[in-house]
Write a protein that binds this ligand. Structure first.
Ligand code: SAH
Length: 353
């Protein structure tokens, strides 16, 4: 009982100061009870509603290539998976996805892909120019991995507004456990600092329950987020993919993901926080539960239906068979069922502090 009330005190402290020390994070993150989680969720909802109301922002996700030069141990489209049928969309096909998206009311396009050297800086900057020219009221978010600062600057100058680059874990040793030796923790973090410095609305994030992750690692996540103060934070449960070295690892937990979403909202009240597809994959109402835990963003798939199955980062990914329009009406209904609604605004961060 004693530790429950101590944890509740820490929640109040977090809500007031927006930061905790390492020992405090460790205590808060260790064996949270159902009551504590519910307390986190109701406080998180209240904070979120005060800033963003009941409107949930949409981001149209265009998975434009599943070709990747990297070989991350967790990821289904890793270069070492020979069973993936590889594809890449041409710039004109990407533009067609944006057109479909704009017609459906999307005002953000997220271009995500593997690290595919086919898309040179020249191709990408030209594409970004074209998207911004045709859809001047829309935001362009890139999620294309680690690049040089010069490349990031070139995309920004071409008009890109936001960049998503999950750091995956804030602990160097843990990073090395999840990635082959060619990839370095230092470079990943360098990228995030470069992106922030250039002026992107920057998103980082991590997988919940990735192999080897423990409470100390989670405490590090929060200390890291406190330090870098991102505009967006993407977290979702780790889900094994059958053709990766982590095929037999245990998946992340929905409950823990929800608890962490709520804590993130308390820590950075105005952050843009998606209820991810991975969460929706592990639980039929995962995305709704994510919103009820404090999330305020959804990222429906805008990729061509033909390619969706091929962008399989993990097993049983949802929404790979529906047309984008079906996804929207499905989400609208799901949101309605929990007293929320879709926002068709661009959905930039509302700075509240
Ligand atoms: N190449 C880009 C995009 C990566 S895919 C980049 O490097 O940023 C987007 C995110 O999917 C990854 O950052 C990772 O956190 C998540 N992901 C990959 N494999 C996953 C898995 N097996 N389970 C859950 N999430 C996964």
């Amino acid at each position: 009982m004693k530790s429950i009330s101590l944890q509740t005190e820490l929640l109040l402290k977090l809500e007031q100061n927006h930061r905790l020390s390492r020992p405090e994070w460790l205590l808060l993150l260790t064996h949270p009870s159902k009551e504590l989680s519910n307390e986190v969720f109701s406080r998180a909802r209240r904070l979120r509603d005060r800033i963003y109301g009941k409107k949930i922002y949409l981001r149209g996700l265009i998975e434009f290539t599943n070709i990747c030069q990297n070989n991350c141990y967790y990821c289904g489209i890793r270069s070492g998976n020979p069973k993936v049928e590889r594809y890449r969309l041409l710039p004109k096909e990407i533009l067609a996805c944006c057109r479909t998206g704009r017609d459906l009311g999307f005002r953000t396009f997220v271009l995500q892909g593997g690290e595919d050297p086919f898309y040179t800086d020249e191709i990408l900057t030209d594409l970004i120019h074209k998207i911004k020219q045709e859809f001047p009221d829309c935001a362009v978010t890139l999620s294309i991995g680690e690049k040089s600062k010069e490349s990031y600057q070139a995309y920004f100058d071409a008009g890109a507004d936001r960049y998503l680059l999950r750091h995956e874990t804030a602990t160097k040793e843990h990073y090395q456990l999840l990635h082959p030796k060619e990839l370095s923790y230092e470079n990943r973090i360098r990228c995030l600092f470069d992106l922030k410095e250039i002026g992107y609305q920057t998103g980082c994030g991590f997988m919940v329950g990735s192999p080897g992750q423990n409470t100390e690692h989670l405490a590090e996540e929060f200390l890291f987020l406190q330090r870098i103060q991102p505009d967006m934070i993407g977290i979702g449960p780790f889900i094994p993919h059958h053709e990766t070295p982590f095929a037999k690892e245990v998946k992340g937990s929905v409950e823990q993901t929800l608890f962490l979403l709520g804590l993130i909202r308390l820590m950075i009240p105005d952050v843009l926080l998606p209820a991810t597809t991975a969460l929706g994959t592990l639980h039929t109402r995962g995305r709704e539960l994510g919103i009820l835990a404090g999330a305020n963003v959804l990222m429906p798939n805008l990729s061509p239906v033909n390619n969706r199955k091929q962008y399989e980062l993990y097993d049983n990914k949802i929404c790979t068979g529906e047309e984008s329009a079906e996804c929207i009406s499905c989400l609208a209904q799901r949101l309605h069922s929990i007293g929320h609604e879709i926002s068709y605004e661009r959905g930039d961060r509302i700075k509240a502090l």
